[in-house]
Design a binder for this molecule. Structure first.
Ligand SMILES: Cc1cc2nc3c(=O)[nH]c(=O)nc-3n(C[C@H](O)[C@H](O)[C@H](O)COP(=O)(O)OP(=O)(O)OC[C@H]3O[C@@H](n4cnc5c(N)ncnc54)[C@H](O)[C@@H]3O)c2cc1C
Length: 431
């Protein structure tokens, strides 16, 4: 998926039919498809970012009066009826509803840091640092540290861990616990609501179509296959250097890069030290995701396994004419999704007789323009890094899902941050 990697507002002589006469946005992107196959440069009125109108994806919801009203609320979460899980070296099969209830109870206890289900520590989901002074104490913990504080049975640990592992798309020792409190708040402090928001709805026409429509609404001059190598400040101007040393000059630049590639662009002057630290550590989303087509008809199934199993969570995604299509997630470096035999061996840990007909997936980790999947912060990054990461430095503005305030790590967060950056750039250029 692609949003703009670097958005440049060149000088005022280049007129365009954009929202403010005299500002012509230019979008430079490395590749035509990115994390959600979406181009996020939107010519958008910043004022529309005033209120979150809806309970699910608030920023997308702002598109209601826009041609994007086609965003369909299509319930797609199948009622997953069968649950298989690995615990204590054995594969168990159970009624999914009962297992979800147990996981829900465990998760509710896990996030209950203040006897108010996290409401005191993170009262405003879209302003995660509103009670920073209370959150700091919990932000030092990893997901694994918090697990150690809980008096869960081994079975409950083995059921809850895969859920947490898919969230941070890594092992529990890497993921910050504070981000779990954030998701919980975004999910209205309730597991069912959280799952609804995370996965219940899809866009009927697909993410790419959303991207196309947003792009069609923009006056931006789009140049893809134009990875930026460096950005240098010269007086009031930024020189953005791309392939074959092509240079674009601009008064302001929006860096809408994934956190994990932020350090790949040479900046002169360098970004502030907190930004550099955040970029060097990166976020934890380094795991695998793939679709597995198996010969068997297994119905609406979900399976989970704790670390170090190569597939931590998988479930039925589709019922094609032949067999079943599963979607499967795993921690970093455990599953070669290009090797069907390896995938078959792994999925047989959860579905012993599975015959794999095909596997597909994208290796986000290997892509130099993403270096990972979705964003989940490490311990300390939320309270020590986010606010600083978001700050503009001169004419350099920050955007992208990985530093959004609300749905950080989601398409909605990317849009939120794009709207904010557009407003800030406009004010900067007006000044
Ligand atoms: C497998 C997977 C599943 C996901 N599922 C969901 C989901 O169900 N729902 C959801 O909301 N979110 C989901 N996400 C997360 C979501 O896709 C991202 O959070 C969001 O798309 C990020 O948008 P962005 O514009 O900030 O970054 P990106 O989409 O990563 O765009 C960054 C852009 O920067 C470009 N770039 C990088 N380096 C350079 C350079 N040097 N020069 C020029 N351009 C450069 C890239 O090519 C890219 O175009 C998922 C992500 C993955 C990987």
């Amino acid at each position: 998926m692609s949003s703009s990697s670097v958005r440049v507002s060149p000088d005022s002589r280049r007129q365009g039919n954009c929202q403010k006469p005299g500002i012509q946005p230019l979008l430079l992107g490395a590749q035509p498809h990115r994390r959600a196959h979406l181009y996020l440069f939107v010519r958008r009125q910043a004022d529309r970012n005033g209120r979150h109108l809806g309970p699910l994806e608030p920023t997308l919801h702002l598109e209601r009066n826009h041609p994007l009203a086609w965003v369909s609320k299509k319930a797609r979460a199948p009622s997953l009826e069968k649950f298989s899980y690995l615990s204590a070296g054995r594969l168990h099969h159970a009624n999914a509803e009962k297992i979800w209830k147990r996981i829900g109870d465990a998760m509710t206890a896990y996030v209950d840091v203040d006897r108010q289900g996290g409401r005191q520590v993170l009262p405003l989901a879209h302003d995660p640092l509103a009670k920073r002074e209370l959150l700091v104490k919990w932000d030092v913990l990893s997901l694994a540290d918090r697990m150690k504080q809980m008096k869960f049975s081994e079975e409950i640990r083995n059921l809850l861990s895969p859920q947490l592992s898919i969230n941070c798309h890594n092992t529990l020792d890497q993921g910050g616990f504070a981000d779990m409190l954030r998701w919980w708040a975004l999910g209205d402090y309730d597991m069912g609501r959280m799952f609804d928001k995370l996965g219940r709805y899809g866009i009927r026409e697909g993410m790419s179509e959303l991207a196309n429509r947003m792009l069609a609404d923009s006056s931006a001059d789009v140049r893809l296959a134009a990875p930026v190598k460096s950005i240098e400040k010269q007086g009031d101007t930024y020189r953005v250097t791309g392939p074959q040393n092509q240079v674009v000059k601009a008064r302001s630049v929006v860096l809408a890069l994934p956190l994990n590639v932020l350090s790949s662009i040479r900046m002169e002057p360098a970004l502030g030290s907190t930004k550099l630290q955040m970029a060097a550590a990166g976020h934890t989303g380094h795991g695998s995701k793939c679709y597995i087509h198996i010969r068997q008809k297994i119905g609406n199934w979900v399976g989970s396994a704790p670390n170090p199993f190569p597939i931590t969570l998988a479930w039925t995604e589709k019922h094609p004419d032949e067999g079943t299509v599963l979607v499967a997630f795993g921690p970093p470096g455990k599953l070669d999704i290009t090797d069907e035999e390896t995938v078959q061996k792994a999925i047989r840990g959860l579905i012993p007789k599975a015959e794999v007909l095909g596997v597909t997936g994208y290796q986000w980790e290997a892509d130099p323009y993403s270096r990972g999947t979705w964003c989940w912060y490490r311990p300390g990054q939320l309270t020590q890094g986010l606010a600083e990461l978001r700050k503009a430095e001169g004419g350099i503005f920050m955007a992208g899902a990985d530093q959004a305030e609300g749905w950080r790590g989601f398409v909605d967060g990317a849009i939120e941050s794009g709207i904010t950056a557009a407003r800030d750039v406009r004010n900067f250029l007006k000044a």
